[in-house]
Design a protein. Structure first.
Length: 123
């Protein structure tokens, strides 16, 4: 496997977890991926991002991005559940939101999300 492929897989796995912690680092990694970063460069940015505390804004943004995979196929009940939880979402409900989104990932067989590090604790 080429080094570039390894770096792309690393980013794919950590993308939403980075977004959950730091939009700035998410954007920096996206920009770096347009050039020829080393695996060490990307790992460093990922590690820096994961050291940043999640905010309600980043939680809602990340949830919306992940929800985008399901919004067209989810049932009305699932949509209502998502919107209700999002409306009252705080850091304290992060686990509930992520667990629900993981269950949708499994139900709708979105392998890209199932493999994401953001869902590691639910597997």
């Amino acid at each position: 496997m080429s080094n570039r492929k390894t770096i792309e897989q690393l980013w794919a796995i950590h993308k939403y977890e980075v977004m959950l912690h730091s939009q700035r680092h998410y954007n920096a990694i996206r920009q770096a991926m347009k050039s020829n970063p080393t695996e060490q460069d990307i790992r460093k940015l990922i590690d820096e991002a994961l050291d940043i505390e999640t905010t309600e804004g980043s939680l809602k943004n990340t949830a919306d991005h992940i929800w985008g995979y399901f919004k067209k196929c989810a049932t009305e009940e699932e949509k209502a559940k998502y919107l209700t939880l999002k409306a009252r979402l705080t850091i304290d409900e992060a686990d509930e939101m992520l667990a629900m989104l993981y269950s949708f990932s499994v139900k709708y067989d979105v392998n890209y999300l199932i493999q994401s590090s953001i869902f590691r604790r639910y597997q």
